[in-house]
Design a protein around this ligand. Structure first.
Ligand SMILES: *Cc1c(COP(=O)(O)O)cnc(C)c1O
Length: 362
């Protein structure tokens, strides 16, 4: 025997490539092309902290372990109680904590076969049994596939809109899944919901269902992937259960700049709506051009599109684009290996992509 036999066996999640070169068009990790709200700058941090603490940034002190200011800003934004909000280091942290807290039975957790590839990684890490549920032929989530006989489901998790398909599940279908699984927690991962039509979020279902947890992130729609802020909204009891697990692991997850700048982003709703609006407009424009080039494009409600060409393999387009400094995401995975996931950048970025494709497809 050796200590090597006692190491936890894991297969880590593989994030999209972060190229070293600066002169690339980076459309592979669903980042936002626009800067965060103008209130988010180092000087604002200095002066606000100076007011609060008397003498400049209070980085020598531990942050507020409850991140109260941020929790309170998020609660007010969504019109819920502060006790209904859990914040974490990106929604990956929040989702990981939710898996650890709620998926603690012998019964399998259900999620789509084509979905966020971190779900099976957490399930393996925490030794949670799971079952993947195939999407339909046209890459949709079918609610009836999540309706198993009572007592056979340990939990459900899915992104809405789904990733990497970008397809939105209508709210009445989301509700069918939640109401069919009232004995376990249903996590709706709304990383991209801000790019979907208003009224699509499961947040409106919270008063009806105490088994629902909605997870959100500042990484995509708020242009703050580098700060790492995510949150969950649920019933007070659900959130208290997550807090108990979090405080059993690491109390000080939210750093001071994230708390302050997260609040600044929430306060600037006009800027938020304007940037989201620009991305949605660019997405529609780009989708139209892709279709003119002969691409099949799944209907997107996110800040990316999932598209493939019937004659040219996606892997070849991916490699040719990369050689020109244009980064897409490609998954060499059954059913989706002829698709490219393309993040929506600025209009200028997308025009460059269209010219490249035009030339390449000749
Ligand atoms: C990007 C993404 C996340 C994680 O985002 P964070 O940066 O950790 O907040 C979670 N779920 C899905 C489906 C995503 O695409």
């Amino acid at each position: 025997m050796s200590w090597r036999d006692y190491v936890r066996p894991v297969t880590p999640y593989v994030p999209g490539e972060q190229p070293k070169e600066s002169k690339v068009i980076k459309l592979n990790t669903n980042e936002n092309p626009y800067p965060p709200a103008p209130g988010i700058d180092v000087n604002a941090f200095r002066s606000e902290a100076a007011v609060a603490g008397g003498e400049g940034p209070e980085l020598r002190k531990y942050p507020d372990s409850t991140a109260h200011d941020l929790v309170s800003a998020i609660a007010a934004y969504h019109g819920v109680e502060e006790e209904q909000v859990f914040v974490g280091v990106g929604s990956d942290d929040v989702l990981g904590m939710a898996f650890l807290t709620f998926f603690n039975s012998e019964k399998p957790v259900l999620f789509p076969d084509i979905s966020y590839s971190f779900y099976p990684v957490w399930a393996d890490l925490f030794k949670i049994p799971f079952k993947t549920v195939p999407l339909t032929e046209d890459y949709r989530i079918r609610p009836s596939d999540y309706m198993l006989p009572e007592g056979e489901v340990g939990g459900v998790v899915f992104p809405n809109p789904n990733a990497p398909t970008a397809i939105l599940l209508p709210l009445d279908s989301v509700e069918e899944i939640i109401s069919a699984n009232r004995d376990s927690i249903v996590i709706v991962d709304e990383a991209y919901i801000d790019f979907a039509p208003e009224g699509s979020s499961a947040l409106s279902l919270l008063p009806k269902y105490d088994n629902l947890l909605v997870v959100r992130t500042f990484s995509k729609s708020r242009s703050m992937a580098g700060l790492r802020i995510g949150y969950a909204v649920g019933s007070k009891e659900v959130i208290a259960a997550m807090q108990a697990v979090k405080y059993s692991y690491n109390s000080y997850t939210m750093n001071q700049p994230s708390i302050l700048w997260g609040c600044a982003s929430i306060k600037d709703d006009a800027y938020f709506r304007a940037t989201v609006g620009k991305i949605v407009a660019t997405r529609e424009r780009f989708t139209k051009k892709l279709k003119e080039l002969g691409f099949t494009v799944l209907p997107s409600s996110a800040n990316f599109v999932f598209a493939g060409h019937p004659e040219v393999p996606a892997s070849e387009i991916f490699a040719a684009a990369r050689a020109k400094g244009i980064f897409f995401r490609y998954f060499a995975q059954p059913r989706i290996d002829n698709f490219l996931r393309i993040t929506i950048g600025t209009d200028e970025d997308m025009d460059t992509v269209v010219s490249f494709l035009n030339e390449y497809l000749g």
